[in-house]
Write a protein that binds this ligand. Structure first.
Ligand code: GDP
Length: 427
């Protein structure tokens, strides 16, 4: 992966999130000096299984599980500091040494208690299917120039007017929603002052730290959350998250120049899932939907919500490859399909008399289209112990070959189980 020329790699989800990025980051992280989160917040939920312990990380990069790696939370993240401390304490309780290994950008915006109130009470957010963690309202305040950044905690006298403005705005929204909940300046200030000393100890100029690391020959892994089809610009708007999940967002959100990014690996499931509402062209009918949901344990790590499941959609993944400039794919959860008699890959969409092979912006059209499928025989055997591409059953190889052909991107990794060692790296 990393070599003398390849110093910065971005891992992004190339579908609607939950692709298994956490596991891939965990696998590649041991070869990196830094692992950096660049967008999203505590709405992400990466699951990594090590031995008998399951780690679910929401804000801290999965790289923290490797003792030689340092981790950073970039300026593009909206940070829930109380939850961050909870995560740190849990890691320490599980025997992971976090001291001196976790940096937080002083430019990152904070998720305030009132953002969560607004999120919980907003009917519009519920219709999108947000996680209710205050992420969207926090990004709204950031773009609306009402946000509070980590660095603002240094100056309590200047913090107060920022909080007053945020509380004012939140209360106006709550009133408009017909909610009886109200945010309170004193309570908010009290909570901020309680977190300030511990948070400021972690705060640094992450962009500068990364720049220095690269100058010294460091290797940086940028860890995306959610997926490309949830990107606020490139996703199925408005059924998207509020941040730039794609590779462009990695540069902005970590404080690195785009020219510093050498490679981008898109993580895709061997099928497709999405949580919440919005288009999913290849969604299974029942009973296949429930069957694959059980086989793949497709329930959200953060919310426990059942995920909607469908066939692999090559139109989606080729689109993600284009907007991200993917240099490779990591196909996960291939083992989940072991028992199926036959599988399909979507190669295009029929809308009326027209055939689409490029992913459209028009989500009304996406709801009406009919996916065009290519069918494959299932391999009907366990692949959990396979560690080389050439040892996969012929029918599984055929399926993967067609994926990389249609996505116009080479497969670099295939994941065949939840464990760290259950991975195939293409040579
Ligand atoms: P992320 O948000 O993209 O990191 O994805 P999640 O962590 O929400 O979901 C991935 C889930 O799939 C986790 O429970 C992983 O342990 C699991 N997983 C990852 N890769 C594989 C795989 O190859 N096979 C199976 N069966 N599970 C996998």
């Amino acid at each position: 992966m990393f070599d003398s020329k390849i110093r910065t790699i971005v891992i992004v989800g190339a579908q609607w999130g939950d692709e298994g990025k956490g596991k891939l980051v965990d696998v590649i992280a041991e070869r990196a000096d830094w692992v950096v989160r660049y967008q999203g917040g505590a709405n992400a939920g990466h699951t990594v299984h090590i031995g008998d312990t399951t780690f679910v990380l929401h804000q801290i990069p999965s790289g923290i599980l490797h003792s030689g790696v340092r981790c950073a939370i970039g300026n593009g993240v909206v940070l829930d500091a109380e939850k961050l401390f909870g995560e740190i304490d849990q890691l320490v309780a599980d025997g992971i040494d976090v001291q001196g290994r976790l940096y937080v950008s002083d430019r990152a915006h904070l998720v305030m208690p009132y953002h969560k109130l607004v999120d919980a009470e907003s009917a519009a957010n519920k219709a999108i299917g947000t996680t209710g963690r205050g992420i969207g309202p926090s990004y709204e305040d950031k773009v609306g120039r009402r946000g509070v950044r980590v660095v603002d905690l240094k100056h309590p006298d200047r913090l107060r007017p920022l909080v007053e403005r945020g509380v004012d705005h939140a209360n106006a929204l709550l009133q408009r929603f017909g909610s009886t909940s109200r945010a309170d300046v004193e309570e908010t200030m009290g909570r901020l002052m309680a977190i300030a000393p511990r948070l400021l100890m972690l705060a640094d100029d992450v962009g500068l730290v990364m720049h220095r690391s690269l100058r010294g020959g460091g290797a940086i892994l940028l860890e995306g959350a959610q997926g490309s089809l949830l990107d606020v610009d490139h996703g199925t708007y408005p059924f998207v998250t509020s941040s730039s999940t794609t590779v462009g967002g990695a540069a902005t959100g970590a404080g690195l120049p785009p020219s510093a990014i050498d490679q981008a690996i898109g993580v895709v499931k061997a099928y497709t899932t999405r949580v919440g509402n919005g288009p999913l062209p290849t969604e299974f009918d029942e009973p296949l939907g429930s069957q694959v949901r059980q086989l793949g344990n497709e329930f959200g790590a953060t919310t426990g919500r059942p995920r909607r499941c469908g066939w692999f959609d090559s139109v989606v993944v080729r689109y993600a490859a284009r907007v991200n400039g993917l240099t490779g794919l990591a196909v996960t959860k291939l083992d989940v399909l072991d028992t199926l008699d036959r599988l399909a890959i979507c190669t295009g969409y029929r809308v009326g008399d027209e055939t689409l092979t490029e992913f459209p912006a028009d989500i009304i059209a996406l709801d009406r289209l009919e996916p065009l499928y290519e069918w494959f025989d299932g391999w009907r055997e366990s692949i959990a112990d396979v560690r080389r591409l050439e040892d996969l059953p012929e029918k599984a190889r055929r399926y993967l070959d067609r994926i990389q052909e249609l996505a116009e991107t080479p497969i670099r990794f295939v994941s065949v189980g939840t464990r760290r060692d259950q991975i195939i790296e293409a040579s």
